[in-house]
Design a protein around this ligand. Structure first.
Ligand SMILES: CC(C)(COP(=O)(O)OP(=O)(O)OC[C@H]1O[C@@H](n2cnc3c(N)ncnc32)[C@H](O)[C@@H]1OP(=O)(O)O)[C@@H](O)C(=O)NCCC(=O)NCCS
Length: 156
C-alpha cells in the first residue's frame, strides 16, 4: 500500500531522504552538464530547504520510496527534487507526489505549479507534459551559453 504524507520531523530521518534523492538521481551521474544539483544535496542542504519548503514523502508498506519538495516562488508553487526509487517506479507514485504538490498549491491560494527540467531529459519532459505541464521558457545554467533547462507550468 502506498501512502503519501507530509514530512514529519519527529518521525522522518533526513539522512534517509538524502540517500533516496541520491539513489533516484544517481542514474544521471556524469551524464548531465552541469551535474544534477540533486547529487550534491546533504542533510544540511535539505534541512535548509525545509525552512521555507514543504516536503512530501511516499511510503510503500512503511518503506520510504519517494519524495518531492514544494516551494513558494512568486505567485506559484515550485516543484523540485521529485524522486522515486527505481524499484518503485511505473506505479504512479510520482503522479501521487505531484498531486500532493498540486493540493498544497490550491491550499496556498495559487493555481500554478512550476518546475524546471533539463532539456537533456526528454523522457522527463514528455512525462511532465502528460501530467499537464507546458513549456513557459528556457534557461541556461551559469557558465553555459545555450539553454540547459526548460521551465514548465501547470495551471490548476
Ligand atoms: C521521473 C520519476 C520521478 C517518475 O517516477 P514514477 O513513480 O515512476 O512515475 P509514475 O509512475 O507516476 O509514472 C511513470 C509511468 O508509469 C505509468 N504508471 C502509472 N501508474 C501505473 C500503474 N499502476 N501501472 C503501470 N504503470 C503505471 C505512468 O502512466 C507513467 O507512464 P508514462 O511514462 O507512459 O506516462 C522517476 O523515474 C525518478 O525518480 N527519476 C529520477 C529522478 C528524476 O528524473 N526526477 C525528475 C527530475 S525533473
Amino acid at each position: 500500500m502506498t501512502e503519501i504524507r507530509a514530512y514529519d520531523p519527529a518521525r522522518d530521518d533526513l539522512t534517509e531522504i538524502v540517500a533516496l534523492v541520491h539513489r533516484a538521481f544517481g542514474e544521471y551521474r556524469g551524464k548531465l552538464m552541469p551535474e544534477s544539483g540533486a547529487l550534491s544535496e546533504t542533510v544540511e542542504s535539505l534541512g535548509k530547504r525545509l525552512e521555507k519548503n514543504r516536503l512530501f514523502l511516499a511510503e510503500q508498506d512503511g518503506k520510504l520510496c519517494g519524495a518531492v519538495f514544494a516551494a513558494r516562488k512568486r505567485d506559484a508553487i515550485y516543484l523540485d527534487r521529485l524522486a522515486v526509487d527505481s524499484t518503485a517506479r511505473g506505479r504512479g507514485i510520482a503522479r501521487s507526489l505531484i498531486n500532493a504538490v498540486e493540493e498544497h498549491a490550491r491550499e496556498s491560494g495559487t493555481s500554478r505549479v512550476t518546475l524546471g527540467v533539463r532539456l537533456a531529459l526528454t523522457g522527463n519532459i514528455a512525462y511532465f507534459q502528460r501530467q499537464g505541464f507546458v513549456e513557459t521558457g528556457r534557461q541556461a545554467h551559469a557558465g553555459f551559453d545555450a539553454p540547459t533547462s526548460m521551465d514548465m507550468e501547470k495551471r490548476l
